[in-house]
Design a protein around this ligand. Structure first.
Ligand code: IMP
Length: 423
């Protein structure tokens, strides 16, 4: 199969960047299909740590074409800044050659950020914990037929018309919310200027990808966030605003739904940033230890991540939903010294009913039922073969396979490229 899609299985931050980096060495195209610069994909390169937000992770390989698909929401000011920062790191970015942006992708402007932050304040206790980057409002405007598209940035007449529509409605709304109104000329000038900088990259990316697909090119699709943050299938309303599971890979790239190998990435434990239910969360000293051991702080916002035990109920659900044929389990090395190691295998509702399936409601009330396994004390970072893992670590992985119904083909035992076990 020439197309592979890598998706996060739970709430993002599973270490997809490393997996994509690894697979990108063999890919002709690396494509983002959803989300925006709320994502943070961390790569550990020989030159040090590198965090990508909008630019696909294949950019570190000179031979890959990196495509920001139509399903992504693009803050053009952020994108220009990210390209500049990556060039400073010595990466070669040549817009139009190794970086393409879909003309159909929607644009985030400063007003979206203001609206995102304003909406969070209004939510009070019910806040989602968004990244505050304008992602939700930009997707809302796309659905509301108000949005600006990347292609507008290089078409002055089209940009004027789009701005008229956008500002007309936004200003009425902003006025009611007590937010400062928008100025059409100011927006036009700013957007046109960033559009000029990005011009060589702005293309009909769907057509490029369909041609590549027909020509048998190897396409690697890079998920952002995770299946449980999917706007429809995730822990609504504590989700992002895009289709973060595999479904979004078709609508968000313009590729046809032909055969695709799907790899689900999850950590050897669970984490979440932002608000929302998290059945296996450890709100105790063990959770703090996991956070420290795994350096669990957001790569985009720096927020401490909530940590908990592996949740096979959630992984099974997301595995089915995403069509994952296999799992990559990351951060197994982090579990060193945690003994015993519980894995959630079912949930109990308050009235005593047992749930084997991940529910759409009542998740905040469920209590996980655990299968408890022995832990391991060994450092795994130098291990490269499954049979060289300590017995307890092997048993842990085999139990994940049994309880999720998915084979674990790849295990990551450290942040660096070579710290990986392939089975
Ligand atoms: P938004 O995507 O900024 O609207 O935030 C909605 C929810 O998704 C919040 O809980 C965020 O913390 C979470 N979120 C968004 N992007 C990521 C990501 O890349 N990793 C993990 N969580 C994310």
């Amino acid at each position: 199969m020439s197309t592979t899609c890598v998706v996060g299985i739970l709430w993002g931050d599973e270490g997809k960047g490393k997996v994509i980096d690894y697979l990108a060495a063999e890919a002709d195209y690396v494509v983002r299909f959803g989300g925006g610069h709320n994502a943070g994909h961390t790569l550990i390169l020989p030159s040090g740590k590198c965090v990508l937000h909008l630019v696909p992770s294949g950019i570190v390989h000179d031979h890959t074409v990196n495509v920001i698909g139509n399903g992504v929401v693009v803050d053009p000011v952020h994108l220009v800044g990210e390209i500049a920062r990556l060039r400073e790191r010595g990466l070669s970015i040549d817009a139009g050659r190794n970086l393409l942006v879909s003309e159909r992708a929607h644009v985030i402007v400063a007003a979206h950020r203001a609206q995102d932050q304003w909406a969070e304040q209004q939510r009070g206790k019910g806040r989602i914990g968004t990244t505050g980057r304008g992602i939700g409002p930009a997707y809302a405007d796309r659905a509301g037929r108000l949005g600006l598209r990347v292609g507008d940035l290089i078409r002055p007449a089209s940009l004027r018309t789009a701005l008229e529509r956008f500002i007309g409605e936004k200003n009425a709304w902003f006025h009611a919310a007590g937010l400062p109104g928008l100025d059409a000329n100011e927006l036009f000038d700013g957007l046109s200027a960033t559009g000029e900088t990005l011009r060589p990259a702005i293309v009909d990316a769907g057509a490029v990808l369909r041609d590549a697909h027909k020509a048998g090119k190897r396409i690697l699709i890079e998920g952002a966030q995770g299946c449980l943050l999917d706007v429809e299938h995730g822990t609504y309303p504590f989700v992002t605003s895009s289709h973060a599971s595999t479904g979004g890979a078709f609508s968000g790239t313009g590729l046809p739904p032909h055969g695709m190998r799907v790899i689900g990435v999850c950590k050897a434990y669970a984490t979440r940033v932002g608000e929302g239910p998290f059945p296996t969360e450890l709100k105790n000293e063990t959770g703090d230890r996991l956070r420290t051991a795994g350096n669990e702080f957001g790569s985009t916002t720096g927020r401490p991540r909530r940590c908990g035990w592996f949740d096979a109920v959630a992984v099974r659900y997301a595995g089915e939903l995403s069509g994952a044929a296999e799992l990559t389990v990351t951060n197994l090395d982090v579990l060193k010294g945690f003994d015993p190691l519980p894995i959630a295998v079912a949930y109990r509702l308050a009235d005593g009913r047992r749930l084997d399936r991940f529910p759409a409601f009542d998740l905040a009330e469920v209590q996980p039922e655990f299968e408890t396994l022995p832990g391991f004390q060994e450092d795994l970072r130098q291990v490269r073969r499954f049979q060289d893992l300590p017995v307890a670590a092997r048993r842990y992985i085999e139990t994940i396979e049994l309880r999720t119904g998915l084979p674990v083909r790849t295990i990551s035992v450290g942040p660096e490229r070579q710290q990986v076990i392939l089975r």
